[in-house]
Design a protein around this ligand. Structure first.
Ligand SMILES: [Zn+2]
Length: 458
């Protein structure tokens, strides 16, 4: 690894200026005015991947192109599929940026630009690792594929179709994704779990129309009161979800995993301050990391009913609705969670009141088993790249493409986050620490060496 690490160190300045070129392209996927820039970013990547020695192709979709590149000349060796995305979030409120978001600038070893961390900078670590290998060794000891989409920030609408249409291109021994964060500075991390999602709505209707509160108030049911008391009953006083069967599928983390979370430098006070709330909440007897990583949550995300205009109006509202969203943990399934809540909600519906339960979109949680040769290789690569033992963490959020790879295609997935929790992704002044950038390139290069020791399972 010595020669490759030397090459990475000596090319640091060039690597950063190339990344700045990519970051200067305003590839905001959601903005119709940026369609040409999206194409430009995709073409820039295709050209760059060709230049370092891969074969690349651009696939048009109904919206933004998919970039695919590979180099498959290491016979019998594992195939690594690197996934990343070249689209970025919008930049508003742009006046809060200290420098223009698409004029990348380095200040005190930190690169500021939209996309610096999410995800162009992190994606670029793998491209530069492959380049360093090719330059130093003349060939790769493994087979590599790059799949870089332009629609991650808008929910990847065309990626599932692309994956289904190109089984030969997506097939790999292991998927490597760097689109998450380290647990903190100097804490290289491997993410082993993501929460899933399930949404539902409750609609309450007590009669045909709102009634005069003078003529009817106190003698007829109030839709908002019924809805709120039903919503209230979905949690018990200790903060747990009060729905029979809801926790049946929840898998408790292993003792080792829990113990390792206990050693992470987490402060409830810092967490509270970062959330800018006065007090923390949730299930009694559970740590904050448990609440975020291994316990499900049920949130009321929107509520509506009655009069919301100026002043007052003397009515008894006839309709009310609420939208709710659940975060699910391994091994919950959206269908079971929704089913339990539906039964609970319908059992709470008072006689003579019309209650509708509507289930919405859902995606299952993802669990990445730690006992695998892929994870063991990644742990060694992180330790070599960062000169520090990595920690195992989970993420409270969901990454839909990971669900696709792990749950739908059964592909082992390595989530190597090189960013920091305070990189301001999706916010003004997004940044990426250049030491993390270089450590990420080193890790990816070391991972290639580690995986080359394994046989392909394809
Ligand atoms: Zn991202």
């Amino acid at each position: 690894m010595h020669a490759i690490y030397n090459a990475i160190a000596s090319h640091r300045t060039r690597f950063v200026s190339e990344l700045k070129e990519l970051l200067a392209i305003p590839s905001i996927s959601t903005d119709p005015a940026r369609v040409a820039d999206m194409k430009l970013a995709a073409e820039w990547l295709c050209g760059h991947l060709e230049k370092i020695g891969l074969t690349s192709r651009l696939f048009e979709t109904e919206r933004h192109p998919v970039v695919y590149a590979d180099r498959l000349d290491a016979k019998g060796k594992p195939v690594i599929l690197f996934y990343g995305h070249y689209d970025v979030q919008p930049v508003d409120p742009v006046e809060q940026w200290l420098a223009p978001p698409f004029e990348p600038a380095v200040k005190d070893g930190v690169l500021f630009a939209r996309g610096a961390s999410d995800d162009k900078g992190q994606l670029f670590t793998h491209i530069k690792a492959v380049e360093a290998w090719l330059e130093t060794a003349g060939s790769l000891p493994v087979n590599v594929k790059f799949l870089i989409e332009g629609e991650e920030e808008i929910g990847s609408p065309h990626l599932p179709g692309w994956l289904a249409d190109h089984p030969d291109l997506r097939s790999a021994d292991v998927v490597v994704i760097s689109d998450t964060a380290q647990f903190g500075p100097g804490m290289p991390s491997l993410c082993t779990g993501l929460r899933g999602l399930a949404a539902f709505e409750i609609h309450v209707k007590t009669g045909e129309s709102d009634l005069h509160s003078g003529s009817f108030g106190g003698a007829v049911p109030n839709a908002i009161q019924i809805l709120t008391s039903m919503l209230n009953a979905l949690h018990s006083e200790n903060g747990a979800v009060n729905v029979p069967g809801f926790y049946d599928e929840v898998a408790e983390p292993g003792a080792d995993e829990l113990r390792s979370w206990g050693t992470l430098a987490h402060s409830d006070e810092e967490f509270r301050a970062s959330a800018q709330v006065g007090v923390l909440a949730g299930e009694a007897g559970r740590s904050t990391l448990e609440k975020l990583w291994s316990r499900p949550a049920l949130e009321i995300i929107g509520i509506r009913g009655g009069y919301q205009g100026h002043g007052h109006k003397g009515i008894v509202p006839a309709t009310a609705w609420a939208k709710c969203s659940m975060r699910l943990v391994p091994c919950q399934t959206p269908a079971h969670a929704i089913d339990c809540v539906r039964r609970r909600v319908m059992s709470l519906a008072p006689a003579g009141v019309h209650v509708d339960f509507l289930s919405g979109h859902g995606s299952p949680p993802v669990s990445i088993p730690v006992e695998s040769q892929w994870v063991e290789s990644a742990v060694r690569a992180l330790e070599s790249g960062f000169n520090k033992k990595p920690v195992f963490i989970r993420e409270g959020g969901s990454i839909s493409v990971v669900t696709r790879f792990v749950n739908d295609y059964g592909m082992p997935c390595l989530l190597l986050g090189f960013g920091q929790p305070d990189d301001h992704i999706h916010a003004p002044n997004e940044k990426f620490n250049l030491d993390d950038f270089v450590s990420g390139i080193r890790t990816s290069a070391a991972l290639i060496a580690e995986l080359a020791k394994l046989d392909s399972t394809l």
